[in-house]
Design a protein around this ligand. Structure first.
Ligand code: 5GP
Ligand code: ZN
Length: 115
């Protein structure tokens, strides 16, 4: 996926600081944060979205990354929101699977906030 920005970031091509990394995923700050903590959890391999045949071990790594990021930033104590925008109606703008992890302030009670 030569033209995919998240493939490039996840490969380390830009020297991005990773909050978490394992064999399957990386986690790094969103370029345009929508909350005091706004981290993206991104698989190293390219999947378009959550319904693109994502292997169980990649999903497990994404969960581990969320846990690590939450502990590192302190939002494990205060709460946070995980969002995976999917496709056109979901408002997905980068077509490489990613989970937004948002916290550090009250995000309100809405179930469907756009990150
Ligand atoms: P989506 O709308 O697809 O759910 O979210 C894409 C997210 O990727 C947006 O929050 C946007 O700010 C972020 N983003 C887009 N390009 C870059 C980039 O080059 N670097 C980083 N760190 N985040 C990006
Ligand atoms: Zn990609």
């Amino acid at each position: 996926m030569e033209d995919c920005i998240f493939c490039k970031i996840a490969s380390g091509a830009f020297g991005t600081e990773f909050h978490y990394e394992d064999e399957n995923v990386v986690a790094f700050d969103d370029l345009h944060p929508q909350a005091p903590v706004h981290v993206l959890v991104v698989p190293k391999n390219h999947y378009a979205n959550i319904i693109d045949g994502v292997p169980a071990e990649v999903l497990a790594s994404m969960a581990k990354a969320v846990e690590a990021v939450a502990a590192k930033t302190g939002i494990d104590k205060t709460g946070f929101r995980c969002i995976m925008n999917t496709g056109a109606d979901g408002g997905q703008t980068v077509m490489h699977l990613h989970m937004h992890v948002l916290g550090g302030a009250s995000l309100g009670e809405g179930l469907i906030a756009k990150a």
